[in-house]
Design a protein around this ligand. Structure first.
Ligand code: SAH
Length: 380
């Protein structure tokens, strides 16, 4: 979808985020290609080699994205010969669901096993008519935020487009036939802006009418704040919502909580967020995990209000979700109320995120790479 606002010039290749630190997995070693890692042009090309009309590409994608097909055999309006040739050349799903958990509040979490044995988690959240999914972008995370489970074991690698799309489809398959996914957040494991190329390709499938058909305005990309990648996202010109994980109103505290801040600094993050707002016209969201006795004082709240006052933002405060082995605590109810009152009195648009899925460890920051190992046991 094009934007009516002027789009910033493309950012040079040099300013791209350091993606090579977590390389994309190499192409399928077997002869069969991964359908969900292909864009429609690649699929059309394959069909052309099979002397089939190009419209079959839309037909196949409709089966997978809208009719929830998991095999070519089930694509009943394709000629049998074509179904067989496709099955010889392509696999639709390369991952497996290793575990499916359900919480009493309607939240469901999947542990998805990748072809190389790596594992990621993704979540379906139900809220009224909303059917939101939370999707991972990397196996683990390199950002090292001290309160988050996803980075406890570091990063193993970036996910491919197909692996990201498979999470979306596996979560879609949990819905009743008449239900549709309404919202998507890139807030699972990993830093989406450290794997921007694959994330954007997967989101093309989430929003294209021949894919999942979700409006980009209902898609949110959450980042720790990598300015060059935020600019690259803005230059793409698609009105995704951007959420910036701030967690502290000053550099001293932020660097303690979000170690990559040491190299970036809060001012550079805020400036990049401002540029994203100017380019996209989308109101920004800032996220703030509230940690008892760490970043929840009235002084922190006043300083935060000062930082946000001049900006058209939504502040999303997330009271800390406990992570086994980490020393942090959820603030007491009075501290949360006081924090909220100070921000509201300063005119900040603030919402406190409701905790969902914590009984199955599916809440924000509770998704992790190695379910079996406790963080402290690993460090010894
Ligand atoms: N790497 C991205 C996206 C993943 S995290 C980012 O940092 O934004 C999604 C949100 O959950 C982030 O705001 C993150 O800081 C928050 N989060 C992480 N651990 C948490 C915890 N234990 N309790 C509550 N929120 C947490």
């Amino acid at each position: 979808m094009a934007l009516s606002l002027p789009v910033r010039p493309m950012i040079s290749e040099q300013s791209e985020p350091p993606e090579p630190s977590a390389p994309v997995v190499s192409a399928e070693p077997a002869a069969r290609q991964h359908l969900l890692a292909m864009d429609i042009a690649a699929l059309r090309e394959l069909l052309c080699q099979l002397a089939e009309p190009a419209f079959r590409a839309e037909q196949i994608r409709r089966w997978v994205f809208q009719r929830r097909a998991t095999t070519f055999e089930g694509m009943s309006d394709l000629p049998k010969k074509l179904r067989d040739s496709l099955a010889e050349r392509l696999v639709i799903f390369r991952t497996q669901t290793a575990l499916h958990q359900q919480s009493n509040d309607g939240t469901e979490k999947l542990l998805v096993r990748l072809a190389d044995g790596g594992e990621v988690e993704c979540v379906l959240l139900r809220d009224g008519n909303r059917r939101s999914i939370c999707v991972s972008s990397q196996v683990g995370c390199a950002m090292g935020c001290v309160f988050c489970a996803s980075g406890l074991d570091g990063v193993q690698r970036n996910l491919t487009r197909g692996e990201i799309v498979e999470q979306m489809l596996r979560l879609q398959h949990l819905l009743a036939p008449a239900e549709r996914l309404s919202h998507l957040v890139m807030m699972g494991m990993g830093e989406p802006l450290a794997n921007l190329t694959e994330v954007l390709a997967a989101l093309d499938d989430a929003r294209s009418p021949g894919g999942l058909g979700m409006s980009p305005r209902r898609i949110t990309i959450s980042t720790v704040g990598i300015p060059a990648a935020m600019d690259r996202l803005a230059a793409r010109g698609i009105p995704y919502n951007l959420a910036v994980s701030l967690h502290a109103p000053n550099d001293r505290l932020r660097t303690q909580l979000v170690p990559v801040n040491a190299k970036i600094g809060i001012d550079a993050v805020l400036a990049a967020a401002d540029r994203y707002f100017q380019t996209s016209g989308r109101r920004l969201t800032f996220e703030y995990v509230l940690l008892g006795g760490v970043n929840d004082s009235s002084h922190n709240a006043r300083q935060l209000a000062q930082v946000l006052r001049s900006r058209a933002v939504m502040l999303n405060v997330i009271p800390y979700n406990p992570v086994a082995g980490l020393p942090y605590v959820t603030p007491a109810a009075e501290a949360i109320d006081e924090f909220r009152e100070i921000l509201e009195a300063a005119g900040i648009n603030v919402q406190f995120r409701q905790r969902k899925g914590d009984e199955i460890q599916a809440a924000c920051g509770q998704l992790r790479r190695n379910r079996q190992t406790l963080p402290l046991a690993e460090k010894t």
